[in-house]
Design a protein. Structure first.
Length: 245
């Protein structure tokens, strides 16, 4: 984990970082042993309080947006809730999905232990849609699973709704789970990537968010190219051209 976070964009009202894989956004009852959080690290780094406008899963890297006061963060949060934020993700998955498509599959609510106590049921399903486009494929002459060779693909994904773990759950639903996803993926393929490419992280990154600036209203794209072992893995698979996507 880096000592300082990479700042992608900053003005007097908002700040965006490239969140590393493995870093929690803020303190969680589920991970009480953790001592480092993006909110705390960024606050200490810039010397002022910050408010997260949205979440990224712990294993997901990429663009993470904060307001520099609670009112701005609330305005940004409403954009995420209202669906006006364009989100782009990059993922390495098992198998070769169709060239493009849209996954329209309702997802049950996933709640943490401290969420939705009382009458709300975690079995209540919500509409969920994810659009994807296949960027590249590879077939390796290695019998990782029960087949003599193993297929993988690089996908660009656009979640059109914002359900918890939506991309991960949707890709599992179409039988093309993300490599490195310990919850929704397949362990034998995760271990193969860790051992062969030296990359044990989940291969999912938020590479771009486009928002309406909360004061000017201008569209503002914020990008975070993949880096570290994720980028190195793409290069080893022959997909270096997509590292700067």
């Amino acid at each position: 984990m880096p000592e300082e976070l990479h700042i992608l964009y900053r003005d007097d009202h908002i700040i965006a970082i490239d969140k590393p894989s493995g870093l929690l956004v803020h303190r969680s009852d589920i991970d009480r042993h953790e001592t480092r959080f993006a909110v705390q690290m960024l606050r200490d780094q810039i010397g002022q309080y910050v408010w997260a406008a949205h979440r990224l899963d712990r294993g997901t890297s990429g663009v993470l947006l904060f307001g520099l006061n609670s009112e701005i963060a609330s305005l940004l949060g409403k954009q995420f809730e209202g669906g006006s934020v364009d989100k782009r993700y990059l993922a390495v998955v098992r198998g070769h999905p169709e060239a493009s498509g849209e996954i329209n599959h309702p997802l049950t609510r996933q709640r943490d232990k401290y969420e939705w106590k009382g009458e709300r049921s975690s079995e209540e399903a919500q509409p969920a849609r994810t659009r994807y486009r296949r960027l590249a494929t590879v077939e390796l002459p290695v019998a990782v699973d029960r087949y003599p060779s193993s297929r993988y693909a690089l996908l660009e994904l656009e979640p059109l709704t914002g359900r918890k773990h939506q991309i991960r759950r949707h890709l599992k639903h179409i039988a093309h789970p993300i490599i490195g996803d310990a919850t929704h993926g397949k362990g034998i393929h995760n271990r193969f990537f860790a051992e062969t490419f030296g990359c044990a992280r989940m291969l999912l990154a938020c590479t771009q968010l486009t928002i309406n600036h909360p004061l000017s209203g201008a569209r503002l794209p914020i990008k975070a190219p993949v880096s570290g072992c994720y980028a190195a893995t793409l290069a080893q698979l022959g997909w270096a051209e997509f590292i700067e996507t």
